[in-house]
Design a binder for this molecule. Structure first.
Ligand SMILES: Cc1cc2nc3c(=O)[nH]c(=O)nc-3n(C[C@H](O)[C@H](O)[C@H](O)COP(=O)(O)OP(=O)(O)OC[C@H]3O[C@@H](n4cnc5c(N)ncnc54)[C@H](O)[C@@H]3O)c2cc1C
Ligand code: FES
Length: 282
């Protein structure tokens, strides 16, 4: 669906663990949004020097109510401003943006791996997978208990849930990826989905490949425009022709086939990328 720019009233905003859950009235974005898509939010108010929008995955998008929700972790000035907005104020949003997760052609058993606020898009994905006949196992992890998001909801939308924290404050002590060898090797598992920090995605991608499982990841590259104009968000992705291109994660992503991303080269401009000869990189 085409993205819309809207001025969206803030319906509510509440702390949930280490995060702020913000509910907005945005029917033009809610209708037709799919799991894995995101919104770009203007921050700082009309007089601000913060010109760049900040991007957030859609946690919920309900076409019946016209409401959307985002989960915000305070990080720097933009998110610091956003967690302070009050109900009744309005946020300037563009969305839904980017390519969503896709469902498998035939139902199977999906393993969904979520790190920190990266779990936000996974609940709607889990609901859609189950509605299409797939079984869903979720692994939800974070550094510590307050940085977990949505564990209770995971228990509703998934057939089974494993919780991990790095410090062992809740669930199994360790990383989400520590749990994967057992899960991915289980009979019947047919696909893997992941959202979370890039290091986690890289590890999940490697494990999925070693179990010969298709895997989709929602990446989080730094973004500036969010709409495909500035090239801030590029990463090296191998195309169907076997050639690597620097691909914009805001429009060609944020969801990618994990085995197409050249993980060890993310953040660099590889010498064999299409167009390198013109740039004299060889
Ligand atoms: C597709 C996508 C989905 C995201 N979903 C969520 C979410 O659900 N919840 C959440 O809390 N955060 C999410 N983020 C990260 C969020 O966009 C950044 O934390 C935020 O932009 C930081 O802005 P800041 O002003 O607080 O921090 P600063 O570090 O001061 O940001 C400075 C600039 O860098 C960019 N930037 C910094 N960190 C990031 C980052 N990690 N990703 C992208 N751009 C960054 C900002 O856009 C800004 O232009 C997502 C990012 C992307 C790309
Ligand atoms: S953020 Fe500008 S092209 Fe992707």
């Amino acid at each position: 669906m085409t993205a819309a720019q809207v001025s969206a009233p803030v319906v509510s905003t509440e702390p949930v663990g280490a995060y702020q859950l913000i509910t907005l009235d945005a029917p033009a974005i809610a209708s037709g949004a799919e799991p894995g898509q995101f919104v770009a939010v203007a921050v700082g108010g009309p007089e601000t020097a913060m010109l760049l929008r900040r991007c957030f995955a859609l946690y919920t998008a309900d076409s019946a109510t016209g409401r959307i929700q985002i989960v915000v972790a305070e990080h720097g000035p933009g998110t610091g401003w956003l967690v302070q907005v009050r109900p009744g104020s309005e946020l300037d949003l563009v969305g839904p943006l980017g390519r969503p997760f896709t469902l498998p052609d035939t139902p199977g058993a999906a393993v969904l791996v979520a790190g920190g606020y990266g779990s936000a898009p996974m609940f709607d994905l889990a609901r859609r997978l189950r509605a299409a006949g797939s079984a869903v196992q979720m692994v939800v992890g974070a550094g510590s208990a307050e940085r977990l998001f949505g564990v209770d909801e995971a228990r509703v939308v998934a057939d089974s849930v494993v919780v991990t924290t790095d410090d062992g404050s809740v669930g199994v002590r360790g990383l989400v990826t520590d749990m994967l060898p057992g899960l991915l090797g289980s009979p019947g598992v047919s696909t893997v989905y992941a959202c979370g920090p890039m290091a986690m995605l890289r590890a999940v991608a490697g494990l999925a490949t070693s179990y010969d499982l298709p895997c989709q990841v929602a990446v989080e590259e730094s973004m500036a425009c969010g709409i495909g104009v500035c090239m801030t968000c590029v990463l090296p992705v191998v195309g169907a022709d076997g050639r690597t291109r620097m691909v914009r994660s805001c429009v060609e992503g944020p969801v990618f086939e994990a085995d197409r991303v050249r993980w060890k080269d993310v953040g660099t401009l590889p010498g064999d990328v299409v167009g390198a000869d013109a740039m004299d990189l060889r």
